[in-house]
Design a protein around this ligand. Structure first.
Ligand code: ADE
Length: 247
């Protein structure tokens, strides 16, 4: 997968060199480049923002540097390796909610282009113009406001990268984790069997795989009911089994 990130704070994206994302880049599974938006400014002050039309507080990102950045990173003509236009992802509190399902959708793309807005956002014409030639998705991490899109890109890329083939050692962990089946994952334990007076549940040490699977399922249903009743309500009836109702 190819990923380009455009930001006025490229250093903010430094964590993308670390840990498993760094490893995915080193192995070539992920070809990620971070670009400074100010590369595409032409005045001495390298201006990227201006006051909003219609008045109001704060500043809005001017369209010209963004237009040039997208022209370079998403050129209309096919690239020599036959790649098509990227999917433009714009983090903003006004976007559609980010979810595991959206992470899966993004992980299936061959090229993502992230545009990190700052201040009150990017001039709408940048997105409207981009939408005439490529898919544009505005994404929100949640119902709160960050300073800009950079941290959202870190979050989105972490969720996406772990879904890329070959990144996780044990692909089975993708299957069991929270949100994979519309339920939160239940509690997990490791050694020692007793710690500060607290014991690992007996069932997990029983070696009875049937009982263990049932217990894990029950814990997931109970935890989801307690913390995320909205998720439980959204589960299709086929998603629950008869014994879940007992839990
Ligand atoms: N930029 C600012 N706030 C944001 C949010 N909640 N989600 C995504 N991008 C943002």
């Amino acid at each position: 997968m190819r990923v380009d990130v455009v930001s006025i704070f490229p250093e903010y994206l430094a964590p993308l060199d670390l840990s498993l994302i760094g490893k995915a880049r080193a192995s070539g599974v992920l070809r990620l480049a971070v670009h400074d938006l100010r590369t595409w400014t032409h005045d001495v002050h390298r201006t990227v923002d201006d006051t909003p039309y219609g008045g109001g507080p704060g500043m809005v990102m001017r369209p010209e540097p963004w237009g040039e950045a997208l022209d370079v990173l998403a050129p209309d003509e096919l690239t020599p390796d036959g790649l098509t236009l990227p999917r433009l992802v714009v983090p903003t509190p006004a976007g559609v909610p980010f979810s595991q399902a959206l992470a899966q959708e993004l992980a299936a793309e061959s090229h993502l282009l992230f545009a990190c807005g700052r201040y009150e956002g990017i001039d709408q014409r940048v997105l409207d113009h981009a939408a005439t030639r490529m898919r544009v998705t505005e994404v929100s991490l949640g119902d709160y406001v960050l300073f800009g899109g950079e941290v959202a890109v870190l979050v989105i890329m972490e969720a996406v990268t772990r879904l890329l083939p070959g990144v996780l050692g044990n692909a089975g962990s993708l299957d069991e984790e929270s949100h994979a089946h519309g339920l939160l994952e239940g509690p997990v334990y490791t050694k020692p069997p007793s710690w500060r007076g607290l014991d690992v549940p007996e069932v997990l040490r029983s070696g009875d795989h049937g009982r263990i699977a049932r217990w894990r399922r029950d814990e997931a249903v109970l935890r989801t009911a307690g913390r995320r009743p909205d998720m439980l309500a959204a589960l299709p009836v086929e998603g629950l089994d008869r014994d879940d109702l007992a839990a």
